[in-house]
Each structure stands twice: as C-alpha cells, then as structure tokens.
Design a protein around this ligand. Structure first.
Ligand code: DAH
Length: 345
C-alpha cells in the first residue's frame, strides 16, 4: 500500500496552523488523534499488511502521531498564551490617565500669619497662652489699668453682655490673666493669640471681629531695648531681612512708656509709596513697658520686676504681607480668595 506520508503530514500541519481557537484545535485533535481519527484509521489498515510492510507502516504512522501530538501541544500553549495576553490587555489599567484629584484644603491666611508669628516667638522660648472670648470686665479693663468711668474705655467700643461680662476688645485681657496665673512663676514669656471684638462699622479697614496677638515678657532687668530687639526680629521675619523698625511715643493705659512701632515699607523699601502713604514707614503694632500698676494688681513686685508687652493685629500684618486691600476678604469665605494661600511659599 502506498501512502503519501509527506503530503498527509503537510496537510495536517497546515490545518493545525490554521486553527485559531481552542475549540478548533480540540475538534481537529479528535479528527487526527481520536479513536476514529486519521491515525487510528492507519492502525486499522495495518491488519491487511504483510509483516514487512507492517513494520514500516507502523513506524511511519507512529512518527506522524508523535509529531502531531507535539505540534498540537505547542499550538495549545500558543493559544492559551494569546488568550491570556488578550485578557490582560482587556483588564489593563491605563496608568497614564490623570487620576481624580482630591481637592486639598489650605490654611486660612490669618491662620498662616498667626502660626508664623507664634513660631517666631516660640523659637525664642515663648509659650502660647489662650483666654476666653467672653471676658470679664476685670481682665479686659480693670487689670489693664482702665478703671470704671475712665475715658480710655471709650477708645474701644465694647460689646457688653452684662455689667461684668463683655466680648474682649483686645488680647491684653489674656495678658492680664497670664500675669495673675504666673505672678509667682516668673519669668514670664508668652504670646497670646485670639479673636477680639469691637462695636465698629465694617469697612475696608475695620471689622467688628479681628485677631490680635499679645506678647508679654516679665522678669528682672527687662528693658525697652529688649522689646525693640524682639520686634525687629518679628518685622524682619514677616516683611523681609532688611526691614528697620522705629519706636514712636504713644499712649496706652497698661504700658508706661508706651510706643507705636513702625516698620520700613516693604513695598518701596522706605522711599515712599501709596502703601506707606509716602512716609516710607508702616505702623504695625503698639507696645511698651508693662505699667507698674498692672504688675502690682497681678501680685508682682514692680520694684523688682519689669516687663514689656505688645499687641499686633494679625489682619493688618496679613494685609500688608499679601497686599490685600479690604479686611472683609478674610471673612467672606470666598474660595477663590482663600485658595492661593499656602504656608511655605
Ligand atoms: N491692646 C492694644 C490695642 O488693642 C494693643 C496693645 C498696645 C497691646 C500696647 C499691648 C501693649 O500689650 O503693650 O490697641
């Protein structure tokens, strides 16, 4: 019997090569290697052959069988691999797509300035003290050397709650509480931030609520020069390393002597511009040497100890620093206004 082994082989290999799915291969496998398949067909034909022919025929048929099995196996592997790759491509996450950004909050500009001022003083060994916004007349006025009926009370239009209680008009009230609390634990070195309230009509430069930071140092041998040095550092930190400050005589009931502190204009450097109204100087805070009456009322011996104090308006510093011309911006909660502020620019 003459069989064209080679033709058969090429034909089957071409069929296997042309199959693209597992189903097609399975079917082909049954046709070729199955019980009633091509190879089985050859085997059954062997019965009719002479022993001589049988050997050669059997050998050929077996060779073919082995070769087909190997080709089927590698084809199956190829299809499985392809299927896996297709699945992976389908499941792939495109990591080049921009993600959905979580919108991150920013600190309020007043918080930023307050924290910066606190940090400067904390770096010099001060601690931060707080007090209540609903305050006693005692700490807001009496202890600050502003007794009942004194005209200095009129300088700060006050929201009274009743005869004894009010919304504090200045953080000097915290200073008075601190002096009392620490009168026997000197030296005192504190900064006292907080909201304060005044019966003012709101406009571009006035707000019925604003933020102050009080500074207070009490110890032996504290002089005006200590106040000047500390505030110079504050001014340079907030407005630039080349800023100068100057002290002008002023008046506060709770300090003697009292000063108003100006800083050279950070916009024109002192030449004169519209921010400093042509003077080259900008007033930033009030301060002075703590009045002996104030020390004595808190139980501190004013013949032994002296102190300096100052009060700075946080809105004012923020407005100057960031070039904001209307104080009401801080309270309007306009996200467009608030967004650009970040702590470390
Ligand atoms: N309390 C003053 C105000 O609100 C600011 C101030 C001035 C505070 C002088 C002080 C100081 O501690 O010594 O205008």
């Amino acid at each position: 019997m003459s069989i064209k082994w080679d033709e058969i082989k090429q034909d089957v290999l071409a069929q296997i090569a042309g199959a693209n799915t597992k189903e097609e291969i399975d079917k082909l496998k049954v046709d070729i290697l199955g019980k009633k398949g091509l190879i089985a067909g050859f085997m059954s034909q062997m019965k009719t052959l002479s022993p001589e022919e049988k050997r050669e025929f059997g050998q050929k048929a077996n060779e073919l069988k082995k070769e087909f099995e190997a080709v089927f196996a590698s084809k199956m592997e190829e299809i499985a691999q392809k299927a896996m790759e297709e699945q992976m491509a389908k499941d792939a996450i495109d990591i080049t797509l921009p993600g959905v950004k979580a919108s991150k909050g920013t600190l309020h500009p007043l918080t930023i300035v307050q924290q910066e001022i606190e940090d400067i003083f904390e770096s010099m060994g001060y601690t931060v003290w707080y007090g209540p916004e609903v305050e006693l007349d005692l700490y807001n006025f009496e202890r600050a050397n502003i007794p009942q009926g004194h005209p200095a009370r009129d300088m700060q239009d006050t929201f009274y709650i009743d005869v004894e209680r009010l919304l504090r008009t200045h953080t000097t009230a915290i200073q008075m509480r601190t002096l009392e609390a620490l009168h026997d634990k000197l030296p005192i070195k504190v900064v006292c931030p907080g909201k304060v309230y005044r019966r003012d009509d709101d406009d571009a430069t006035h707000s019925h609520q604003f933020v102050q930071i009080e500074g207070l140092v009490v110890a032996e041998n504290i002089h005006m020069s200590d106040l000047k040095g500390s505030l110079e550092l504050l001014a340079r930190h907030m407005f630039g390393p080349t800023r100068e400050i100057r002290l002008r005589p002023s008046y506060f009931q709770f300090t003697e002597p009292s000063v108003e502190i100006d800083v050279t204009c950070h916009i024109c450097g002192g030449k004169g511009c519209n921010v400093c109204k042509g003077t080259g100087w900008i007033e930033i805070l009030g301060g002075g040497m703590v009045h002996p009456n104030v020390l004595e009322m808190a139980g501190i011996d004013s013949t032994k100890y002296t102190g300096f104090a100052f009060g700075v308006g946080v809105e004012r510093v923020a407005m100057l620093k960031y070039g904001i011309d209307d104080i009401r911006n801080f309270y309007a909660n306009d996200i467009q206004f608030l967004k650009p502020f970040t702590r470390f620019e």
